[in-house]
Design a protein. Structure first.
Length: 402
C-alpha cells in the first residue's frame, strides 16, 4: 500500500497540474503553482522532519498517547512556524507572484495546519507499524486533491478555489483513526528520546540545505546569467530526473521504525553493514546511471518536452548520477535519524552546500555545466559524509534516572 500510495500521489500531482493548467491557462494557474511549490518545499523542510520525529517517539515510547506524541512544544513550534512563514510570504508576494489576490493569504495561513495534522497522523501510523493504513492515507490525500481540481474545473470557480484543495485534502487522515490508543506494548525508556525540539531543529536545517542542493539549480543558473532557453532546459531535465527521489519521501517511513528499534537496542552492526552497502552501491550505481542518463536522457527529454528542450549529454548524465547518489543518501539518513543524530545530519548537508558553492565558483564553463556538476558533487559528497557520520559509534542510550 505504501508503494501504491507513492505511485498514485506522483500520478495525481501530474494530473492536478494538467487539469489546473488547461482550465485556468498559464496566467491563471501561475499563483496556484506557486502555492503548490511552497507546500512541497514546506512539507519537505518542516513537516517531514516532524513526521519522522513522531515515528521515532512512537517506536521508542509506544504507550504514549495523544496526537502530539508527548512532544507538544516541538509540534506546535514547527507547525506554527511553517504557517507564519507561509502567511508572511503570501502577504509579501501577493502582488508579484499571487496575481494580487488576497484570497491566497488564508490559504497560506491554513495550508500547513492541515498538512501538519497529516504529518502527525502519518507519523503515528508508521510508528505503530500500521503501514497499510499509511499507504491508504497517501492515496486518499492525493485523491482528495485531484477531486478538488476536477470539481473546481467543472464549476469554473477559479485559482483561489483550486488552491483550497491543498487546504482541505489532509482531513482524510482521520478516516483511518491514526491517533487511536493502541494496545500497550514494550518500548524503550523515555530517557532515550532526548530533546525533541533540538532534534527537529537540526533536522529542519539539514532538509533546508538538502533541498537547496536539490531544487535551487534553475535559480542559480539564471543568477549566473544563462539565457532563458538554457534555464528552461536545465529545469525540465533536472525536474524529470529527480522525480523518483521526490516520490521516495513517502517510502522512508517504512525504514525508520526498524532502524530506530535496532539503534535503541544497541544492535548497531546490521545498521553499519547497510551504511557500507549503501555507500558502495550508491556510488557505483550513480556512475552507471550517469552513463545511461548521458546516452538516453537527451532522447527522453526531447520525446517528452519537444526537441527544443533537448539537453546536452553531460547535463542529463550528471543530473541522473546526482539523483541516484541522493537516493542512497536518503536511506542512510534514516539511520542517523533513528540514532537521534540530526546534528550530524545538519553538519553534513551544510558542508554539501559549501561544496556546491565552491564548485560553482572555481569551475570554468557555462552556467548550466557548473551548476549541474556542483549538484552531482554535492550529492555524492553528502552520501560519503552521511556514511561517515553514521559509522561513528553513537553514544550509549542511558535511561533517565528516576
Amino acid at each position: 500500500m505504501m508503494v501504491v500510495g507513492t505511485a498514485f500521489s506522483a500520478i495525481e500531482a501530474y494530473a492536478f497540474q494538467v487539469i489546473g493548467g488547461r482550465v485556468l491557462g498559464p496566467e491563471g494557474f501561475a499563483p496556484v503553482s506557486v502555492m503548490w511549490t511552497v507546500l512541497f518545499l514546506g512539507f519537505t523542510v518542516f513537516l517531514l522532519p516532524l513526521e519522522q520525529m513522531v515515528i521515532r517517539r512512537r517506536v521508542l515510547s509506544p504507550n504514549s498517547v495523544g496526537p502530539f506524541a508527548g512532544a507538544p512544544v516541538s509540534v506546535i513550534a514547527i507547525i506554527g512556524g511553517a504557517s507564519v512563514l507561509t502567511t508572511a510570504f503570501a502577504v509579501l508576494a501577493r502582488d508579484s507572484l499571487l496575481a494580487g489576490d488576497a484570497g491566497f493569504i488564508p490559504v497560506a495561513a491554513l495550508m500547513f495546519v492541515g498538512h501538519g495534522v497529516l504529518a502527525l497522523g502519518r507519523g503515528h501510523l508508521a510508528g505503530s507499524h500500521r503501514f497499510a493504513a499509511y499507504g491508504t492515507v497517501v492515496v486518499l490525500d492525493a485523491a482528495a486533491k485531484l477531486t478538488g481540481a476536477i470539481v473546481v474545473a467543472l464549476m469554473g470557480w477559479g485559482p483561489v478555489a483550486l488552491s483550497w484543495a491543498l487546504v482541505v485534502s489532509p482531513v482524510v487522515v482521520f478516516a483511518v483513526r491514526p491517533f487511536r490508543v493502541a494496545p500497550a506494548r514494550e518500548g524503550s525508556p523515555d530517557g532515550v528520546l532526548g530533546q525533541d525540539l533540538r532534534f527537529v531543529t537540526a533536522y529542519v536545517v539539514a532538509t533546508a540545505a538538502s533541498q537547496t542542493v536539490l531544487a535551487a539549480g534553475p535559480l542559480v543558473v539564471g543568477a549566473l546569467g544563462a539565457a532563458s532557453a538554457s534555464i528552461s532546459v536545465f529545469f525540465v531535465t533536472t525536474t524529470l530526473f529527480r522525480g523518483p527521489m521526490s516520490a521516495s519521501y513517502n517510502l522512508v517511513a517504512r525504514i525508520l521504525p526498524m532502524a530506530t528499534r535496532r539503534a535503541a537496542s544497541g544492535d548497531d552492526r546490521p545498521l553499519d553493514r547497510w551504511v557500507v552497502r549503501l555507500l558502495a552501491g550508491g556510488l557505483t550505481a550513480a556512475v552507471v546511471v550517469g552513463l545511461l542518463g548521458a546516452v538516453l536522457g537527451p532522447w527522453t527529454v526531447a520525446l517528452l518536452y519537444g526537441a527544443e528542450f533537448r539537453p546536452d549529454a553531460w547535463l542529463a548524465g550528471l543530473a541522473a548520477a546526482g539523483v541516484l547518489a541522493g537516493m542512497a543518501g536518503l536511506v542512510t539518513t534514516q539511520i542517523l535519524v533513528a540514532r537521534g543524530r540530526t546534528d550530524r545530519l545538519a553538519m553534513v548537508w551544510l558542508a554539501a552546500v559549501a561544496l556546491a558553492a565552491l564548485t560553482i565558483a572555481v569551475v570554468p564553463g557555462e552556467p548550466a555545466f557548473r551548476v549541474v556538476l556542483a549538484f552531482c558533487l554535492a550529492e555524492a559528497g553528502a552520501l560519503v559524509g552521511l556514511s561517515g557520520a553514521a559509522l561513528i559509534r553513537p553514544r550509549p542510550m542511558i535511561p533517565a534516572q528516576p
